[in-house]
Structure formats: structure tokens, C-alpha cells
Write a protein that binds this ligand. Structure first.
Ligand code: SF4
Ligand code: SF4
Length: 426
């Protein structure tokens, strides 16, 4: 793919496709002529073809919505356990789901006052989101039920909507755990990295045996109960040890779930793997689009997210709400801003019902500002990137990881081509 710039407009050209241009501030995208594409190569600003482009660049689209400002914590991730029955090769939670210190169960007695503390600060009419994580959260279904019941009862009294989600390895779906998930109408994300020949290698059980058979069985039970759950998503993680993203997509398609997520490991730093991941995602996009147009393409969460932002022209200034609208409670009731920071003492921002305001203040500014993304054409779709990935690569959460940026911009560019195609032809 070739790129050309004019101030806040980026033009892109893919072999065999008409060139297109994207207005970074206004989140507008349009096909452009070959003449304009050629003119953008010239440095002379006197070329007549550029006049139109200059006019467009100067426009401020009143429909492009400024980023929504986060005004308080609306979302909590709770590690109900810090143990796991799997031993995934790439586990970023201490290698075994424990973050370096195993904790079988969170103390519900200590968690309810924490929930009360955050719930009291939410205005009526808003939504409170609780996400259950681990370790493997379904090792403690009683904890999930107790927390869910408390949140449902408190929010109903105060005209606040409650939403629950869970990320599970999918091996522990039985009558009891499924009952809990139905009771809270959970959005369920099942981690699975591809068909058995791959997934059994990268996501084995603790005893070394493959986990795929159990995951598939669990998934079938979840799908059978789909109407009583929120949504079902399949989530694969890829790195140099598994770059079979297209194979995972093909396998995922055999399940009647709502969404597919493909993420690049937060720990991976290999440049070639980064490039291969992008090229596999491009193959997936092509195959999905050919099979089912926009609808099938948008089953892939990443493309859906960018399509939605372009349709609504809603700018994003924060890749995630860590420390702004979102916090993590670990299984010892300590508070962090990011799930991957659990266990890192200097990243802790509170404990119980105490929040360290000085530490929280460091998260106030928009990420695109803190991360110096002002000159990036993808800034209002990306939102400054993942602080954890940046820190892993550069040692500083606000100094960007080039590989992350290249991957993100490439995938946004891919989206722009399909988006243009869909909005002009679909
Ligand atoms: S791609 Fe990189 S430079 Fe661009 S907004 Fe994202 S983090 Fe910032
Ligand atoms: S910093 Fe990255 S890993 Fe942490 S919550 Fe944000 S997006 Fe997730």
C-alpha cells in the first residue's frame, strides 16, 4: 500500500483499486481521481488539482463529534480468581494466571464495599459495566453470582443499567457456571487460538493435555443458551509461536457466535511476526467480505469498531479508558488501571475503597495528547494506543511502540478501503 499526505489528509492506494483519501479530523473518506493521486506526489502546492484538496482539508465537519470525555469510573474489571486450569504458552498474567501470586478466590466481603464506593459515584441513567477476569473466573462461579446479584440489586434501586461480561477459557461450562452466566446475562468471550492442532499447543491444560475438546464442548453449550446470554465472542491471541490467524478465522466460522476478535500478543516484539499478522488480517478481511460483504466483515470486532466510528464520525481520543473510566480490582482487592499491571506495585492506584488521587491524576489527559499522536493521521480512530504495549516495547507507557503504530495504521487503512467499497456499493 502506498501513502501520500496533504496536511490532515492521507491518500492511500492499493494495487488494482481506486485511490482514496481520508480526512483525519473529520473522519471522512472518499475515492479520489488518479490525477489527484498523482498531484499529491508533487511538492508544488500550485498544482490546480490540489485546490479542491486544500478546500476539503480546511473544512471542519460539524458532524464529526469530539471525543466523549470520560467523567468517572463506569467500568470495573474484577479478577475473581488468580489461578487457572490452563497453562498457555504466552500467558501475560505471570505465565499461569496468577500474576506471580496465586489467589484462589477474591473476598466477596471486601469487594461489595468497593462496588458500593464506585456505584455511589455514578449518576442515575448511566450504565455500570463489570467484567469478570482471572486467572480463570469460572473457577469461582459463586463469587461471580454474589457480585452480580449485588450489582443488579443496587443498580435497580438507582436507575442505573448494569452490564456484565466475562473472559473465560471455556473449559468449565457446566450447568452451574452456565446458570450464573444466564443470571447476569453475560457477554461471554471465549479464548481460543484456532483448531485443535494449534490451540492444543499454545493453550494446553495444566497437565499438558490439549484443551480444545473441552472448549468446543463448552462453546456448544453456550451457543445453545445464546438467547439467555448477552453475546458470545471468540478471541484468539497471536504471536510468533502461532501466526495461523486465517486458520483460526476459518475455524471460528464454524460456530454460531456474534463476534470474532484477533489480537496480537501484548508481549510480542518480533517485526516479521507483526507484518505477518497484518497480512493474515488482510486475508481474513478479503475472505470475510467475499463471503458475506459488510455483515461478515463486521463480525470481526476490529473492523466493526472502525466502521462504527466512521459511520457515526465519533472521534476517539483514548484507546482505552484505563484510569479514566475503567479500573481493575485484583483478587486481593488492590486497584490497578490495566489488567496486565496487576501485581506491579508501582502501578497500583488504590486498595479497598481508597484511591490514590495523585496517581489517578496522571491518567486525566487524553491519550493522543499524552502519547504525542497529534501528527498521526489515524489518531482519532486509534486513540493513542495501548499503554501496556507501549511500555513493554519502550519502557514508558507514553512512548509509542512503532510496531503497534504500524500494525494499527495498516489495519485502519485496510478498513478504509472496505468502508469506501461498502458505502459506495453495498
Ligand atoms: S497509531 Fe500510533 S501514533 Fe497513531 S494514534 Fe495510534 S498510538 Fe498514536
Ligand atoms: S493499557 Fe492496553 S492492556 Fe491496559 S487496559 Fe488499556 S488497552 Fe488494555
Amino acid at each position: 500500500m502506498e501513502f501520500r499526505h496533504y496536511k490532515d489528509i492521507i491518500a492511500l492506494k492499493l494495487e488494482n483499486r481506486a485511490p482514496l483519501a481520508f480526512h483525519a479530523r473529520n473522519l471522512e473518506v472518499a475515492e479520489i481521481s488518479e490525477q489527484l493521486w498523482s498531484a499529491m506526489k508533487e511538492t508544488s502546492s500550485l498544482l490546480p488539482e490540489l485546490e479542491e484538496l486544500k478546500g476539503w482539508e480546511a473544512q471542519e465537519n460539524p458532524d464529526a463529534k469530539p471525543a466523549t470525555r470520560s467523567t468517572g469510573i463506569r467500568s470495573l474489571t474484577i479478577n475473581v480468581t488468580q489461578i487457572c486450569n490452563l497453562k498457555c504458552t504466552y500467558c501475560a498474567a505471570g505465565g499461569d494466571g496468577t500474576y506471580g501470586a496465586a489467589q484462589t478466590k477474591i473476598s466477596v466481603e471486601k469487594t461489595l464495599p468497593q462496588l458500593k464506593f464506585f456505584l455511589e459515584r455514578i449518576p442515575q441513567g448511566e450504565t455500570f459495566h463489570v467484567s469478570f477476569l482471572g486467572g480463570e473466573p469460572l473457577l469461582y462461579p459463586e463469587g461471580i453470582q454474589a457480585i452480580g446479584s449485588y450489582v443488579l440489586s443496587e443498580t435497580s434501586l438507582r436507575n442505573i443499567s448494569a452490564r456484565f461480561s466475562i473472559v473465560t477459557n471455556g473449559t468449565l461450562i457446566n450447568e452451574k457456571t452456565l446458570g450464573v452466566l444466564k443470571n447476569i446475562k453475560a457477554d461471554v468471550t471465549v479464548s481460543l487460538d484456532g483448531p485443535a492442532e494449534i490451540n492444543d499447543q499454545v493453550r494446553p491444560m495444566k497437565n499438558g493435555k490439549g484443551s480444545t475438546e473441552q472448549v468446543v464442548q463448552g462453546l456448544r453449550e453456550l451457543i445453545a443458551a445464546k438467547n439467555e446470554l448477552g453475546s458470545i465472542t471468540l478471541h484468539g491471541v497471536f504471536s510468533r509461536s502461532n501466526l495461523e490467524v486465517l486458520a483460526a478465522y476459518r475455524f471460528f466460522r464454524s460456530f454460531e457466535v456474534d463476534k470474532f476478535e484477533f489480537t496480537y500478543s501484548v508481549e510480542e516484539k518480533d517485526q516479521n511476526s507483526n507484518l505477518e499478522f497484518v497480512s493474515q488480517m488482510n486475508l481474513i478481511a478479503e475472505e470475510a467480505y467475499q463471503r458475506g460483504g459488510e455483515k461478515e466483515l463486521r463480525r470481526i470486532a476490529l473492523f466493526d469498531q472502525y466502521f462504527r466510528a466512521l459511520d457515526t464520525q465519533q472521534r476517539t481520543e483514548n484507546y482505552c479508558g484505563a484510569g479514566k473510566s475503567f479500573l481493575v480490582i485484583d483478587a486481593r482487592n488492590n486497584i490497578f488501571t490495566c489488567p496486565w499491571d496487576v501485581g506491579i506495585k508501582e502501578e497500583q492506584v488504590g486498595s479497598g475503597t481508597h484511591l490514590d488521587n495523585a496517581k489517578m491524576n496522571a491518567y486525566e489527559k487524553p491519550l493522543i495528547e499524552q502519547n504525542n499522536c497529534q501528527n498521526c493521521w489515524a489518531r482519532f480512530l486509534c486513540g493513542g494506543g495501548c499503554m501496556f504495549i507501549h511500555k513493554k516495547a519502550t519502557g514508558n507507557k507514553h512512548v509509542k511502540d512503532d510496531q503497534f503504530c504500524n500494525r494499527t495504521r495498516s489495519l485502519i487503512a485496510t478498513t478504509l478501503f472496505y468502508y469506501t467499497q461498502c458505502r459506495t456499493a453495498c
